[in-house]
Design a binder for this molecule. Sequence first.
Ligand code: GCU
Length: 599
Amino acid sequence: MLERMEGAENALACLHDEDYDVPFNTQSLNADGLVFMGGRQQELLNGEWNFCVDLLDTGLRQKWHTLQPEAPEDRSEPYDYDPYLGETVPVPSCWSMLKEKWYFFEGSAWYTRAVDFDGLGADERLFLRVGAAQYDCKVFLNGAFLGNHYGGSTPFNVELSEYIKTGRNWLMLVVNNTRTRDRVPMRNTDWFNYGGIYRDVSLIRTPKTFIKDLYVALVGDDSYSKIAIDVEVDGETSQPVQVAIAELGLTCAIPLERDGRGSVIIEARPELWSPESPRLYDVEATVGADRVRDRIGFRQIKQIGEQLYLNGESLFLRGISVHEDDEVHGKVLLDSDLERRFRHAKELNCNFMRFAHYPHDERAAKMADELGFLLWEEIPVYWAIDFANPATLKDAQNQLRELIRRDRNRASVIIWSVGNENPDTDERLAFMRALVETANSMDPTRLTSAACLVNHAKNRIEDRLAQYINVIGINEYYGWYDENFDDLIEFLDNSDPGKPVVISETGADGYIGEGKLESGFFSEAYMAEVYKKQIATLREREFVKGISPWILYDFRVERRQNMYQRGWNRKGLIASDKETKKQAFHLLSAFYGELKGKA
Ligand code: GCU
């Protein structure tokens, strides 16, 4: 624990040390520390937390985390904030949505709460889990710095066993959402930079020896009869991990190597999961006193040449892109919002959704498993990332590893996307290739992709990354950014991708509120016209194996400020109220309905 200097000495040190944050940026809370969550009890720490915005990082400079709870009159020196007093905010939440004065706030914010703990058993360990905090989250318990996590959309754990006391503890989370050149995403994006702890925070008790990871998937050839089970155990044991899939009458013992890992491939003939038949099986794993479980769908996704196959049948992805954004709640995802998302996707006759541009709440892929949707999941390697920076690559790889560790038991997830609209430079190619290799090494059962740009110089699909990914995502806005629509036909004629192409974005703004236009850019009619032409053109192209138009709902973004946008991107098929449908919604629904009928 960093010692705090006393009095005036401390006050002066705070003014002159511009490396104040270096000791608090270990980024030691990462994919390696994740605890498998399936079937585990969690003690939620949601609710009211003491809160203070801290634009100049006065807290880290003055080391507020070392302040002990005491009455104001007993303080031995003045502080600019007392973490134990003052206003509170609900967790989870985005501070941007709580007060007008915090809407655009970018910087650090301090969250503090008491944790009354009734003690750890002799065979117990304790972990903190944060579902997501945007962007850097530093953890302090009872004044000790326990590490920090980079990445605004993936969960992380930190072990508290050595630091938690029986009785009252004080937990402080310092969250910083500043946009910078070297973060992932970097400082320029087309979605709102909400700040805060916007998913659940909880405590998890485990036995001394526990199952840290469980990965179950259908593997092998087209007999669909081999299930691979990989496990990782943290702690001492000489016992194998017992895994049971009761409905298949399967049990197996997985012996562990010295590193705590073990894997088996077992013969089985599960009913296959698909959107039409989303069959899930309960899988249970135990070692010693630890027991976890998950609901697993067994399916095979393959790319051969320009074709996609799901369980051996050719596949067309009838999709829609979605942000995690809400007019009232920002990035906090309510169950009701998620149910509405899938209801609207069903009304569109979708079998596929692109979760853009970052990992969405884990409930989304679980609901997709249950309802029968295929998913594209993505990390926010977006636009002009600092591709030459090794620290940036480490951050991006860690976010990808955390996403894959979190969701690789989700049958619905068929594509890991490593980026969006990045420039085709040497640095970017090396960076993205490393990400593709990370995805393939962690999960050989899924496809990789990225949303690539049209090569406008040649008006064709040409991106050097295409050689390393299974599916070529293409964001094309013919009729909008390239308003000469005939170029789309030439673009398709010029292209010979040799792999399946998913039109990962296409669309146009259509504003339907007060003062709307009846024609021209930003009118609903123009947006509908773009959809009509896109549908008529794309449906004829053999190598197009999927479409996920941009986007299901209008969404909040700082950079869109004309009189029709007013801080929103208006390309939603549904307005920001998430109920009012635009003409284009019905056009896409009818098109996908026809395709569904033919499938
Ligand atoms: C880009 C980008 C999106 C953006 C969209 C738009 O393709 O990938 O994040 O919102 O275009 O311009 O609306």
